[in-house]
Ligand binder design. Structure first.
Ligand code: 5GP
Length: 209
């Protein structure tokens, strides 16, 4: 029998580069990334069903009422949610699943799915974080300040996570996350099927020959 896949939750404040890190991980690994639903409008270049599922507020609320989300949260005035059934299906099939979500959402997943692997992406420093949010150029001055202030508070939630990875350099951050995932796969409590298969097939007599 196959082991279940891992639920790898990658989060951190806005501007830490978690999106870039996740993209780089997916380029090199056979992970399955969950596509979130959101009520935010698409940005230039974003693709329906690939970047997000873009929903009207009423559609999103109806999905909440149907219990369709593993978690959802309001982030900067828009709703974001992780579609539940596909994620759980992939894990059951043995695929490792990545969620790239905000901190409120990650903490909700931790309550409902504590066996997940919770990784917090830290910026090298708050000064660097501010530079990165500014350079991105997608924010108005007000929303930039909002994002920066909440990022400053959010850093405190790192203590709720299993791992923290500083994103100083994307390749290094990716290597560290790959190492975390390899180690997590070798945890004895995740290897019940493998250990069972290892012992199976041996005749009782063979033990005492
Ligand atoms: P953006 O609007 O820049 O794409 O994303 C804003 C924030 O929402 C980011 O921190 C991103 O990680 C987070 N986010 C994206 N999808 C989800 C989701 O499904 N659930 C939660 N809780 N946060 C999400």
């Amino acid at each position: 029998m196959k082991e279940k896949g891992l639920l790898i939750v990658i989060s951190g404040p806005s501007g830490t580069g978690k999106g870039t890190v996740c993209k780089a991980i997916l380029d090199k690994n056979d992970f399955w990334i969950s596509v979130s639903a959101t009520t935010r409008s698409p940005r230039v270049g974003e693709i329906e069903g690939k970047s997000y599922y873009f929903l009207a507020k009423e559609e999103f609320v109806s999905k909440i009422n149907n219990d369709d989300f593993l978690e959802y949260a309001e982030v900067y005035g828009n709703f974001y949610g992780t579609p539940k059934s596909k994620v759980l299906e992939m894990i059951e099939q043995g695929r490792d699943v990545i969620l790239e979500i905000d901190i409120q959402g990650a903490l909700k997943v931790k309550d409902n799915y504590p066996e997940g692997v919770f990784i917090f992406i830290l910026p090298p420093s708050m000064v660097e974080l501010k530079n990165r949010i500014t350079k991105r150029g997608t924010e108005t001055p007000e929303s930039l300040m909002t994002r920066f202030k909440s990022a400053y508070k959010e850093i405190n939630y790192v203590s709720k996570y299993n791992y923290a990875v500083v994103n100083d350099n994307v390749d290094d951050a990716v290597r560290k996350i790959e190492s975390i995932v390899s180690a997590e796969r070798c945890r004895v409590d995740r290897m019940k099927e493998t250990i069972f298969d290892c012992k199976e097939g041996l005749m009782h007599e063979q033990l005492y020959d």
